[in-house]
Design a protein around this ligand. Structure first.
Ligand SMILES: NC(=O)c1ccc[n+]([C@@H]2O[C@H](COP(=O)([O-])OP(=O)(O)OC[C@H]3O[C@@H](n4cnc5c(N)ncnc54)[C@H](OP(=O)(O)O)[C@@H]3O)[C@@H](O)[C@H]2O)c1
Length: 247
């Protein structure tokens, strides 16, 4: 059977655990070569490498923060030499912080907005400069239900994910003429990752309203991400797709 991403070269940000790692593994299973970034977790990154390699694909880990344009640039130069460029970017790196508005400091707002919104912009800008020259590519930004629907979530996180949705639309319109598609996948609450330490009442509320009555799995989201960046998804751009079990 033909694999969805056979021959593709992908970069996934923030993949030393959680959804990023699941996306790396699934992309590898679907035939892609997989480069990924992380900021600190060297051991987690080694596990991601072994999952990619176990799927029979080439792995390239980079300890590069999405907020470091110089390091991002040298990683991309390195990937140009090694792979002659990239076909796919997934802006996945993201953080949250479970704090009510009254306890949010200005620095908290800046940290979450910077990483989630500015980090996606900086990485997309660097990668798209190259994709535009090649006139091909697919970008997937990982948003969140919290950036689309009114639900109880930290306000800086909701604002940053709404920004990712706007970034998706602006980029999609601008780069469509170069044959590049940009979409946003916005998951609801998943079994692992940023939502893990939610207060029990918020988890219960989510499950009460979720039609499927359970959290999403990392694997479910990663498999849909593979379809979204594949050539089979050729007529979708600027879209934010909710994957939340029906809320
Ligand atoms: N899990 C959910 O329920 C859920 C729901 C909706 C949306 N999302 C979104 O899905 C994405 C992944 O979330 P997750 O739940 O998998 O989070 P996670 O388990 O906390 O993983 C976050 C990843 O981002 C990396 N990272 C942090 N700062 C970075 C930086 N400056 N540069 C590069 N990488 C960095 C971390 O690596 P280091 O540890 O090395 O720093 C880690 O690999 C996020 O955008 C999140 O908002 C998640």
């Amino acid at each position: 059977m033909t694999r969805q991403l056979a021959g593709k070269r992908a970069l996934i940000t923030g993949a030393s655990r959680g959804l990023g790692r699941a996306i790396c593994r699934v992309f590898a299973e679907e035939g892609a070569r997989v480069a990924f970034t992380y900021s600190r977790d060297v051991e987690g990154a080694a596990t991601t490498v072994s999952e990619i390699e176990s799927a029979g694909a080439e792995a390239r880990p980079y300890a590069v923060s999405v907020l470091d344009p110089a390091a991002t640039e040298s990683m991309l130069k390195h990937l140009e030499t090694a792979w002659d460029g990239l076909d796919i970017l997934v802006n996945n790196a993201g953080i949250s912080q479970n704090l009510p508005l009254a306890l949010l400091e200005e620095e908290d707002w800046d940290r979450v907005m910077d990483l989630n919104a500015k980090g996606s912009f900086l990485t997309a800008r660097a990668v798209l400069r190259r994709m535009i020259r090649k006139k091909a590519g697919a970008v997937l930004n990982i948003g969140s239900l919290a950036g689309v629907r009114m639900l109880e979530a930290p306000v800086h996180y909701s604002a940053s994910k709404a920004a990712v949705r706007g970034l998706t639309q602006g980029l999609a319109k601008e780069v469509a003429r170069h044959g590049i598609r940009v979409n946003c996948l916005a998951p609801g609450l998943l079994e692992d990752g940023v939502g893990k330490n939610l207060p029990p009442y918020r988890l219960a509320e989510y499950l009460r309203h979720c039609a499927l009555g359970r959290l999403g799995t990392l694997d479910e989201v990663a498999r849909f991400a593979a379809f979204l960046v594949s050539d089979a998804n050729s007529y979708m751009s600027g879209e934010t797709i909710l994957m939340d079990g029906g809320l």
